[in-house]
Design a protein around this ligand. Sequence first.
Ligand code: ARG
Length: 427
Amino acid sequence: MRTVMMMAVLLAGAAPVAAETVAISAARMLDVDSGRISERPLVIAVDGRITAVGVQGALAVPAGARRIDLGNHTILPGLIDMHVHLTSDPTLSGMQALRYPNSFWTAIGVGMAKRTIEAGFTTVRNVGSAEFADIGLKLAIERGTIPGPRIVPATYSIGATGGHCDSNELPANYIFDRPGIADGPEGVRQKVRELHRRGAEVIKYCATGGVFSIGTSVGAQQYSQAEMNALVEEAHMLGLKVAAHAHGNDGIKAAIRAGVDTVEHVSFADAEAMEMAKKAGTWFSMDIYNDDYILAEGAANGVPEESLAKEREVGLKQRQTFQAAWKAGVKMAFGTDAGVYPHGDNARQFAKMVEWGMTPIDAIRAATIRAAEALGRSDVGQIAPGRHADIIAVAGDPTRDVTLLRDVKAVVKGGVVVKDAMGKVGR
Ligand code: ARG
């Protein structure tokens, strides 16, 4: 009753806010659907959403519209990264990271979110962070207090006791309970419900061991089929998509069988796993850039030799698997594991994807229209009516030279300039 009254007061007192119209222009535009470049585009957005896309001169600029001209550049939709950890810093790896409290990781997330959006990534899926920091970041970004991408938060990644999503660095007498840990079908169901209540919009879990965890084998499966089935069923019942971390083939197959939406890493998938993914419509999100960074900088960053040895086992094989999976026709979305390498360098992966068999436009699609599909969202990923006016600009044709995406000249998010055509960042 009280809430109803308060709402009535708020509604009565609210002055009608005039819709804000913006008109965004540039020299060229890449339509990621058709792959075609058009000249002199004009995009109209009202209150951050695109209402019309046309050609300057032909499409009218509504009276009173605010003009955003992105100069002699090519515009395309804001990029999407399906796999980031905004609260990680790769230069603080291994035991070094244990010196810092959770509040530190939340705080650096603010800076990492800024780097990410200034690099042209206007939407990210944050697939694992402590203390529900990704929820806080998302809310602060949405209020406009700090700059950053749209975040699809997973909160804690869910994992088996002692598995990749647990913390195994310390000897047993120093072990602490990680909130993402759950065991048994009922345990994982309960964990999904709990994270959902706390604001998770996607569920991430560890189906196999990994590179950066201590005492896990990259190839080994870490949840039983029954546990994965229960977890995915529960998440889907709540309307959440599920991302499974999986390097080893058995874990990949169990995850696909359980009905996950995306498999992350996918290093050792065989031809049968690829067929299963195709049949089930499962997306692969393969972080094939970071091997270069990890092997070059890992030791200096404090990554233990155990993890570096696992990386040497995984790196090349994962790229070969990527090539085979793409050739086999598996749906591919762009996910980089930023946080394992520096935030803001996300676009370095495009050239790797091209080197390993994609055309530039398909690599760009994986980070735009296709990633939106994998997220199940029709409000991002394309410059089209109804979608958010998330638009970036590069200096040339990225379908000829995909490395242009490493140097994003301008960023607009929801019709608001984050970085202008002179490369100047706002606020
Ligand atoms: N988070 C992943 C893990 O620890 C990173 C793997 C990075 N290496 C790679 N080649 N993709 O397993």
